[in-house]
Every structure is written in structure tokens, then in C-alpha cells.
Ligand binder design. Structure first.
Ligand code: NAP
Length: 281
């Protein structure tokens, strides 16, 4: 069994981005810029935002961060989004989700132009992915494709089972695997006998949000297991996969932390650079 080192793959992506960001700045006379909006005081969301800002610094991007208190009028957030949308020196915009209760995330996200939608959540970017004409793709599933590539294993014809069907992880993951010629099964909370389906997977992706959901009896010998879950229990992070038991059965596995997580921000940075280049083309 090999542990897929998300930190190492992520570091090499960022090293590459650093060079590309320098070239961009030299050519266009400004840095690639990412704007982040956060509302409320959810500690996990603040940690993610801080890591995104740190990531920008690491690769030489400019970051812009607007922090709003929970309770700020929605139109105030909308106004900032509209300004950022019209600012030619801003390449990517993201709203950290989830927003506190009472905010209409669909409306606020709709204010981000497709060309600056570096999270890849817009209906246009989602649709293009499903047509196998990907433009900007959701960062976590995109990072997982890089991790799968790092194994050197052929994906074509493999049976991939994705547990989870969220718009941000499960569905785009399934689309990317389908576009890579896998045969894909998507499971969710109403799926009957998930264990039986999971056992048929050559590639098993767990994006459930339940600590230790995937146990050894759900994994085929030699499968590649990707653990997307981030579950905080008593201040400690746990994945959706019971690592200790599953690790003995699979060929490759991502750890939590240090697997999928580090890739997500690297892909966000990659998407931002791509958005900058595309807009200036
Ligand atoms: P989500 O929106 O809550 O979706 C969870 C999915 O799991 C849903 O489709 C749900 O089914 C399904 N599910 C829940 N309980 C189930 C059960 N008992 N049996 C089968 N399916 C079940 O979560 P998400 O945003 O996709 O995230 C999933 C996990 O990945 C979370 O732990 C999250 O923190 C983590 N995550 C990590 C990263 C990263 O960078 N590493 C990024 C994003 C998310 P229904 O649709 O039927 O409700």
C-alpha cells in the first residue's frame, strides 16, 4: 500500500505556479489577484480563508480579503462582489461557503462572472464540465484527479464509485472520472447497500462528511481509496475512511490530513492563474 502524499504533490504544483505567476507579473505589470469574501465567524471557514491567503502569498499572487460580520445586510456583500466583478485587476473571486443562515448564496454567487469563478461552481462552468468541455473545474475534485495521476495508474475502463453527490464535490468528481473514461457509480444517503457497491470499486472516493464511514469490508483488495472527508471531533481531524483498517486492503490511499486537503487550495491558485491568463487573451 502506498500513501498518496498530497502535501508533496501540492508543493510541486505551487512551485510551478510560482514561476508562472512571476512570468505573468513581468508580462502584464501586475500580480495575479484573488479576492475572497467571508461572512460570519465560523472558525473552520476562517482557517480555510487564511490558508487561501497564505497560498496566494506563497506563489506570489495578490490577495484581497473582505471579512463581514454575520448580520451585515446582504446588499452590502453584493455591492462588494459587484465592484470586484468590474475590477480588471481582480482575476478570481470566491465566497467562502457555507454562508450564515439568512444569506442567499445562490444570489451572491450569481454575481461572480463565469470568467472569475475560480471555484468552478457557476452553472456555466458546471455545465461545461458535464459536456466534457471543462473550463474552470471545482478545486477539490480537480485536485483528486492530480492525485490519481500521481499514482501512474491507468483510469480508463476502471470502475469508480463516488460516495456523495454534492454540487461542489461528489457530482463534479463523478463527471471528471466519467470524462477520464471510468465507469462511474454515484452513491448517496438513499443508496441501498453501499457496502456492496463500494466493494466493486477500483477507485473509491468518499465525500460523505461522516468520520470512518468507509470500513475495510467495503473495499476491494488493491483499490485506490481517496478520502475527501474533513470531520472535526474534539479538535482532531478525521477522514471519511477508517484509515487503519482500509490501508491494509488498498493499493493507494490518501491520508487525512495531508491528502486531498492541501491539493484543494493549490487547484484554487491554479484556477486563478488560468482565469487571469484567459481574461487577458
Ligand atoms: P455535503 O454537501 O454534506 O454532501 C455529503 C454527501 O454525502 C451527500 O450527497 C449525502 O447524500 C451523502 N451522505 C451523507 N450521509 C450519507 C450516508 N449515511 N450514506 C451515504 N451517503 C451519505 O458534503 P460535501 O461538501 O460534499 O463534503 C463532503 C466531505 O468532504 C465533508 O467532510 C467535507 O468537509 C469534506 N470536504 C473536504 C474538502 C477538502 O479540501 N479536503 C473540500 C470539500 C469538502 P444526500 O445527497 O442524499 O444527502
Amino acid at each position: 500500500m502506498t500513501i498518496i502524499d498530497g502535501k508533496a504533490v501540492s508543493a510541486s504544483v505551487r512551485e510551478e505556479l510560482k514561476g508562472e505567476a512571476e512570468n505573468f507579473a513581468a508580462r502584464y505589470g501586475r500580480k495575479v489577484a484573488l479576492a475572497v469574501i467571508i461572512v460570519g465567524d465560523d472558525p473552520a471557514s476562517h482557517t480555510y480563508v487564511n490558508n487561501k491567503i497564505k497560498g496566494c502569498e506563497q506563489v506570489g499572487f495578490r490577495s484581497i480579503c473582505h471579512r463581514f460580520d454575520d448580520g451585515v445586510p446582504q446588499e452590502q456583500v453584493a455591492d462588494v462582489l459587484k465592484q470586484l466583478a468590474n475590477d480588471d485587476t481582480v482575476d478570481g473571486i470566491l465566497v467562502q461557503l457555507p454562508l450564515p443562515k439568512g444569506y442567499d448564496s445562490e444570489y451572491l454567487l450569481s454575481l461572480i462572472p463565469d470568467s472569475k469563478d475560480v471555484d468552478g461552481f457557476s452553472p456555466a462552468n458546471t455545465g461545461l464540465l458535464s459536456m466534457n468541455r471543462p473550463n474552470t473545474v471545482s478545486c477539490t475534485p480537480l485536485g483528486i484527479m492530480s492525485l490519481l495521476a500521481s499514482t501512474g495508474r491507468e483510469l480508463k475502463g476502471k470502475h469508480a464509485v463516488v460516495i456523495g453527490r454534492s454540487n461542489t464535490v461528489g457530482k463534479p468528481m463523478a463527471m471528471l472520472l466519467l470524462n477520464a473514461d471510468c465507469t462511474v457509480t454515484v452513491c448517496h444517503s438513499r443508496t441501498r447497500d453501499i457496502a456492496e457497491i463500494a466493494r466493486q470499486a477500483d477507485i473509491l472516493v468518499a465525500a460523505v462528511g461522516r468520520a470512518g464511514f468507509v470500513t475495510a469490508d467495503m473495499v476491494k483488495d488493491g483499490a485506490i481509496v481517496i478520502d475527501v472527508g474533513i470531520n472535526r471531533i474534539d479538535g482532531k481531524l478525521y477522514g471519511d475512511v477508517d484509515f487503519a483498517s482500509v490501508a491494509h486492503k488498498c493499493s493507494y490511499i490518501t491520508p487525512v490530513p495531508g491528502g486531498v486537503g492541501p491539493m484543494t487550495i493549490s487547484m484554487l491558485l491554479k484556477n486563478t492563474l488560468q482565469a487571469a491568463v484567459n481574461r487577458l487573451k
